[in-house]
Design a protein around this ligand. Sequence first.
Ligand SMILES: Nc1ncnc2c1ncn2[C@@H]1O[C@H](COP(=O)(O)OP(=O)(O)OP(=O)(O)O)[C@@H](O)[C@H]1O
Length: 681
Amino acid sequence: MNTQHSDLHQSLVGLFQQLGMYAQANKIATDPQLHFLDTIGFNRQLDRYDIDFSVLPADHKKMMCAIHPFVVIPSDSQAFVARRKDERLEQLAADQTWQPLTNITSMAGAHMVLIEHLPGQRGEQSRFTQELDKRRKWYRPVFWLSLLASITGLTVPLFTMAVYDKVIGGQAPAELPGIAMGAILALAILVVCRIVRAAILCSVSNRMARDLSDMTFSRLLHMPLMVLGRVGISNHIARLRNAERVRMLFSGPGGAGLIDIPFTLIALFTIVLLSGWLVVVPVGMLGLYYLIARGLQKYAQRASPTLSTKHQNSINELTKQLLALKTSGNYSGWIERFIRQTRINCQQNFAYAKRNGLNQAVSHGLSLMTALVTVFTGIFLVLDQSITAGALIASTMLIWRITGPAQLAFASLPKMAMLKSASQQFDNFMKVKTENNELRLEIPDSSGPPSLKFQHVTLRFSATQEPVLSSIDFEICPGEVAVVIGPNQAGKSTLLQAALGVIEPQSGFITINDRNLTQYDPTNFRHWAGYAPAQPDLFPGTLADNLRISRPEATEEELQQALLEAGAATLLDTLGGSLNQDLFEQGYSTLTAIEGSYISLARALLKRSPLLLLDEPIANQNPRARRQFVHTLEQLKGRHTVLFSSHDPELIKHADKVLVLDKGCLVYAGPQPQSQPVQEA
Ligand SMILES: Nc1ncnc2c1ncn2[C@@H]1O[C@H](COP(=O)(O)OP(=O)(O)OP(=O)(O)O)[C@@H](O)[C@H]1O
C-alpha cells in the first residue's frame, strides 16, 4: 500500500463520480497536484470531503456488504473502482461501464477502501464512537480470550481444592500428577491468553490513538486562522494529548480490569457451586466496596489540582517572551509568580495524592476484609459439614479473582471520567467548521498574472473590536505592482492576509480573476500564491530546506537566484555561499530577524507565482538589498501581479499603484501622484 500512481488519481475521480460528488470529481480531475497520488494522499482527499472510510485487506465477504462503491488497490496491478450490485460484484472498466468482477480470489495482498458514510449521512453517532466502532472486529477475539483466561483462572483454586480434599483428605497421592498436569496446562493457556489479549489491546489502542492524533492534527491545520488564534497554544496541545489519554486507558492495567469485570461472574458462579450461599458474603462486600470507593473518589476529586493549566500557560508565556524578559533585566516579578504558582501547584498535588493514597489503602483493606469475612463465615459451614475445607479454601482464593479486577476498575473510574471528557472534547472539536467544510473547488489559473479586487471589504478580529479593515474598495490589474502604505497598525498586514484568504472578512468580497476568493480551494490557492510575512518563520534545517518549503523541487541554482532577487547577497556571504549549512544550533536560530526576512521573501519569489503578496519586504532598508529588490520589482512588473506593504519611500516610488490605509480605512487608491510624493497618512 505504498504506491504513487496515476491510477489512484483516476480511481479517486471515478469513485467521486460514482458517489454522485461530481463537482469534487471535476476538481480532483483537473488539479495537477493530485495527478500522482500515493495512498496517504488518496485517504487525505476522502478526509477532506468528510467521507468516512476504512482501508481493509480485500475480502469478498466485506465487499458483499458494501453499501457504496469502493476502490480496490491490488498489490501488483492498477487500482479500480468496484461496487456490489445485488448478489454480484462489478468493476468499473476504462470505458466507464460496469463489468463483472471475477478474479477476487487471486488478489493476495490487495487492499480496499470501503466507503462507510458520505458527508452529512453520519447521523447522530459521535466521531469518537465511530472510531471505536471501526475496531469492532477486535471485540470478539478480546471477548473469547478474556473468557478463556477467566475459565482457566479457576485452575489454581480448583487445583488446591482437589489436592486438599482428594489427595490429602482422600489419601490418594496417585491422583496428584494428573491434577498437576491439568493445572499446568490450564495455567499455560491462561498466560498465553493474557499475553495475546494485552498485545491486541495495546495494538488497537495505539492505532486508535494514532488515528485520533492524525485527525486532530489535520483538523487543526484546516481550521481558519482566526479560530486557531483565538483558541491558544495550550488548548491545541491539550487536544493532541487527548489521543494519548485514550491509549493509556485502553492499554493500561485499568483497561484490562474493566474488561475483566463482567467475567468475575464466572468466579461468583463457581463459588455458588462450591460453597452455596457463601457467595452472599463477597457480593455484599463488593456492594459495600463500591459505595465506599465512590465516596472516597468524590473526596479525592474535590482536591484535584486546579492550577496546572494556569501554571502551564505561564510557562508558555515565559518561553514566548524570553527576549523581552532578558532585555528588561527584571526577573523578580516572574520569579515570584513562578515560585508562588509552583508552591500552590505542589500543595494541590500533595493533597490530591494524599486522598488518592487513602483511597487505594481503603480499597486494598476492603478486599482483604472480603477474604477474611468469607473465611470466618465459611468456617461455620465447614464445621457444619455443608462444604469441604477444600471448597472454602478455593472460594477464598476465587475472591481474589473478583476483588482484583474490581479494585483495578474502581481505580480506573477517574480515568473513565477523563476518557468521557476526552471523547466529548474530540467530538466537539470535530464539529468545528474547517476551511474545507464548504465546497471550494476552483483552482487558480497559472497562465498569466491575475487581477485582485477588494469590494466593500470589512474585517474585524472580534465583535468587541473596531474593524481592522473598513469597507475597502480597490482593484489591482493583471501585472500591476501595487504598494499598500500607512502608519503602524493601519491594517496593512491584515489586508495582505485577507488577500491570501487566511483570514476571512465578515462582509464584502475579495476576488481573484473576478472569482470570489471563497470559491478557491484554500490549500491550492495558498500553494499557488507567493506570500512573504513580515515576521519570518524559520524551521529547523538548512537554508535550502527552509527555502524548499515553498517549492520542494527547486534546484540549487533556483534557490541561489531567489535569494539574490530577494536582496539576500549579504546573507549568502555570511553563510559562505553555502545553502546546506544548518541554520539552527542546539535548537536556536543562528540568523537575525533581518536575515530571516530575506528567507521568507526568497521563499515567496521562488514560487514564481503569478500573484505575490509581500509584507514589508526589505524592511531593514539595507541599500544594497534594496537596490537588488528594486531591480527585482521592475522585472516582475507586467509578468506578475504584486501587492506589497512598505514604509520605505524608495520602494514605494517603484509601485504602479498606491493604496493608503489609515486606521483601517482606504484614504487613497490610485497611481503615484506626479506632483507630490505620497506621504504616509
Ligand atoms: N490576530 C489578531 N487578533 C486581534 N487583533 C489583531 C490581530 N492581528 C492584527 N490585529 C490588530 O489589527 C490592527 C492592524 O494590524 P496590522 O498588523 O494589520 O497593521 P499594520 O499596518 O500591518 O502594522 P505594522 O505597520 O506595524 O506592521 C492592529 O490594531 C492589530 O492589533
